[in-house]
Structure formats: C-alpha cells, structure tokens
Design a protein around this ligand. Structure first.
Ligand code: A3P
Ligand code: MG
Length: 421
C-alpha cells in the first residue's frame, strides 16, 4: 500500500477535491486572509490610530460554513499502526480477538431488530467515563513501535501532534453543519503532544438520563443489526440467538496527517471483509448502520443531509471504504440492505440544494487543530484547555489547573516520562 498518498473525499488519488464553481471566489479570499479567526471581543482589535501590523490573534474560532469553503486540505491515506480489543467486561487486550467478519445477507432479509432486547442485552455502563484510557494503554503497550525514526530521546516519545478518539474528530468534522448539539473537548499538552478527550455536556447528560424508552430500544437495534450481519470467524455464520453485549469492541489505531497535523487516533470497527484476499486494513473494514426506510422525497433529502454527513465523516477519517446500511420499518424489521461507498457519497448528495460539503468539514477540523496548537501552549499534564462550542456560536475555551477535567492518568504520565529502555 502506498503510505504517503493524500486523500480526497471522492478518490484515493493525489488529486484534491475540487469544489463546485459557486464557492470559488469566496474560497480564495478566505484562504488568504485567515478570516476564520474572528475576535470575540472588540478590545482585541488594534486601535485604528496605530499602524496596522499583523492582525491580532483571536481567542475564538468561527464555525460558519462559508469560512471553510476552500480547496480540500491534504489528508494522508490513514495507515493502521495497530489495534486492540475490549471484551465482554470491557477489559483491554492488545490484539484483534474481538474482530468480526461480514457475512452478506439477502437484499430483503426481514431481520427482527427487537429480538432479545429484554432478555439478551448487556449494555455498557455509560456512567463510566473511560476518557482516552484504552488508547493510552495501547500507546504504552506499543511504545517501541511508535518511536520516531528521528527522535529517540525520552523528552519526545511520541511523534504525533494529536492523540484522540475518531469519534471526537467526527464531531469536529460535522460541527459547521450541526444545529442541535454542542460539545466540550478537553485538551492537555504533554511532552509536546496534544491529547483531546471529550467531556459530556450538561445537556447531553440530561438527555442520556431522561432517554425515552423507545430511544433506548432503538439504540439496541443498531447493535442487533451488527449481530445479524457478523460472524466471529472467517468460516462461521452469524448467531442471532446470542447475547448482544455492547462492552465488546474491536478498535483500529491509525496514523495520518491533516495538512501539518500529525494524528494518532482510534475508532471502533464493526467488521471486516472475510475474503482472505481482501486488501489490508483499513481498506477491508466495513461500517454497519441502520436507518429508517425511505418512503418520500423529503425523507430521502433528510437522509442525504443528515445521516450521510455523519456516516461519511465517521468512515472517511480512518479510511474505511464502505458502509452497509440496513433500512428498517417502524417496528424494527430490516426491509432492505444497501452498500454505500464512502468515495461516492459526495456524488450521491450532489443534487441536494445547499447540502454539506466534505471540504468544509475537513477545513474546519484542520483550523480547529491549528487553533488548539496555538492556544494550548503550557506543557503540563494537569492543565486542561477546555474548548467549548454551542450551535450558532464560535468555539471558545477556558483554562483549568488540577481540576475535575484533568484526564491523563498518573500511570500514563509515569510511563511516558520514564527513560526508554
Ligand atoms: P446505528 O447507527 O446503525 O443505528 P456505530 O454505528 O457507530 O458502530 O454504533 C453502533 C450503534 O450504537 C448505532 O447503530 C446505535 O444503535 C448506537 N449508537 C451509537 N451512537 C449513538 C448515539 N449517539 N445515540 C444513540 N445511539 C447510538
Ligand atoms: Mg456501526
């Protein structure tokens, strides 16, 4: 595999994404004047009586879509550097024991997603906040593998600018189009690397604690669909009579680069192609999704505008090329199954008026990471820069020392600061 290819949302070649003509002029202007950093307070502007030098730096970041309509940024083909598994009790293993294998269903399979909800469902405890712990365990277990070829000294053990979960990056990619849910991202700079870990917002916590019964059951449906579609080994078949246990996970760890940001992130992978001749990870991985069946043009438009945005962002980041979608009726029966190629999603949505654009998602993410790099300067494991965003507002941040937001565990700090053997 060519490890140094840049990626565009439509192809895996060197060519960058070319946005449509309408955005052309704006794109150039925004690219040049750095307009995305908007000052939040007018006192940050220089007085008009002083000669204008470099523009003052803003402590906020705009999330307005038009600011990010420029050429698609360089995004290198993600490379899998390892993986890990979490078992039925959420215990960490530095291996692929939880990998599952995709088994192609009939086109109209009539899977009953409600089956087993009451009697064969073990749900992960959402009150336990794992933060980055599993990724950090993986880093410690694979430290020698990760050492930079150039820097072997103890003070710079990780050759990455950012370490985080794929899910946190997905939230960043979709931010310019999100109108309902805000986010909080805690950032700590430690030994030169920026760690990003999500903090649950008060609104998300309230919603989770007051989730209606129907929503609780529908969350189960997504996992049940996975059980209908996946086998535990290459030569077995799915077992829908088993227990659905959402503690279990197989996670890939990938490295990539978004312009000048070197990233290491991990994300859960639903299954892989079981053909032994399939390409190596992440190209053999597949994402499984469920969605309400589409019966009207309005439903199709909503599917394109909202669902496909989330699906694209989640899979594009780690280089997972396919999403297999199960469309279900109101009673939780899968009535059809369809495969979406991530590289073709921008074609699928092209007839939607004023729809989301991959370039806006990636440019916003890139500028957010630059903003973090510039603002989160103190290298100290007990300092957290808490970046906060609510829909229709700019991103802001606050700084916290030895607070409840600190998230790097002592065992990790100790392990990283000790001299390498
Ligand atoms: P679907 O999205 O197919 O319904 P993932 O698709 O990311 O692998 O997640 C597996 C399932 O977890 C989802 O399946 C859904 O059922 C549940 N899930 C994940 N994130 C969720 C969220 N934010 N709210 C509700 N359910 C969620
Ligand atoms: Mg899935």
């Amino acid at each position: 595999m060519d490890r140094h290819r840049s990626r565009s949302p439509t192809t895996s070649s060197h060519h960058h994404y070319s946005p449509n003509r309408r955005g052309g002029d704006n794109r150039r202007r925004n690219h040049c004047d750095g307009a995305q950093f908007r000052p939040s307070n007018h006192h940050l502007h220089q007085s008009s009586s002083t000669p204008r030098q470099t523009p003052p730096r803003s402590q906020t970041l705009s999330t307005r879509r038009e600011v990010y309509e420029r050429d698609f940024p360089l995004y290198k083909q993600p490379v899998e550097v390892g993986c890990f598994s979490l078992d039925s009790q959420r215990r960490f293993f530095n291996d692929s024991r939880q990998m599952r294998y995709y088994v192609e269903p009939e086109r109209s399979p009539s899977f009953d997603l409600r089956d087993g909800y009451r009697e064969r469902y073990v749900k992960r405890d959402e009150n336990v906040k794992e933060k980055l712990d599993h990724i950090l365990r993986w880093i410690v277990a694979n430290r020698s593998k990760l050492k930079s070829k150039l820097t072997t000294n103890a003070s710079c053990p990780l050759d990455f600018d950012f370490v985080t979960w794929r899910g946190h990056l997905t939230k960043l990619l979709t931010t310019p189009y999100e109108t309902r849910e805000g986010w909080l991202l805690a950032v700590t700079r430690f030994n030169g690397t920026l760690y990003i870990s999500e903090v649950e917002t008060e609104a998300a916590c309230r919603e989770r604690e007051n989730r209606p019964e129907r929503n609780k059951e529908m969350m189960y449906w997504g996992y049940k669909f996975e059980q209908y579609m996946c086998a535990d080994s290459t030569n077995s078949t799915p077992d829908p009579s088993g227990v659905v246990n959402t503690n279990e996970a197989f996670c890939t760890v990938v490295q990539t680069r978004l312009t000048d940001h070197k990233l290491l992130f991990s994300g859960e992978v639903d299954c892989r192609d079981r053909d032994p001749g399939a390409p190596p990870p992440p190209a053999c991985y597949m994402e499984l999704k469920t969605s309400a069946e589409i019966c009207t043009p309005k439903q199709r438009s909503n599917f394109h505008r909202f669902k496909l945005l989330k699906w694209w962002a989640q899979s594009f980041l780690p280089g997972v090329p396919r999403v297999v979608a199960g469309f279900r009726d109101h009673d939780g029966t899968v009535v059809s199954v369809e495969t979406f190629q991530i590289s073709k999603i921008s074609q699928v949505i092209k007839n939607e008026y004023n729809c989301w654009k991959p370039t806006v998602c990636m440019n916003f993410c890139c500028d957010f990471l630059s903003f973090v790099k510039r603002e989160a300067t103190e290298d100290n494991p007990s300092v957290v820069y808490l970046f906060s965003w609510e829909p229709h507002n700019d991103v802001t941040y606050s700084v916290h020392r030895d607070s409840r937001y600190s998230f790097l565990p002592d065992w990790y700090i100790k392990e990283i600061t000790r001299s390498p053997e």
